[in-house]
Design a binder for this molecule. Structure first.
Ligand code: F3S
Length: 78
């Protein structure tokens, strides 16, 4: 299982994640990203078919703000 969350403290609103993985990430009016799977709580398992997009987004993020874990985040990206 894989879970994801955006660390919105470190996101610099570059927008790459939403381009690379539009089914997972969206951004607010300030350009800060969030996981739209579960309103950035990191508690919803990422679909198998989206894992590749997720990994690409994680690699593309210049501030290393896309977090991935095999455990749910429960809203805390740290
Ligand atoms: Fe932010 Fe990284 Fe996405 S800087 S907008 S989380 S690619």
């Amino acid at each position: 299982a894989a879970y994801t969350i955006v660390n919105r403290e470190t996101c610099i609103a570059c927008g790459a994640c939403g381009v690379v993985a539009p089914d997972i990430f969206n951004h607010d009016e300030e350009g800060l990203s969030f996981s739209k799977l579960d309103n950035n709580q990191g508690i919803t398992e990422v679909d198998e078919e989206l894992i590749e997009d997720l990994e690409d987004a994680c690699e593309e993020c210049p501030s290393d703000s896309i977090k991935i874990s095999d455990q749910p985040f429960h809203g805390n990206p740290e």
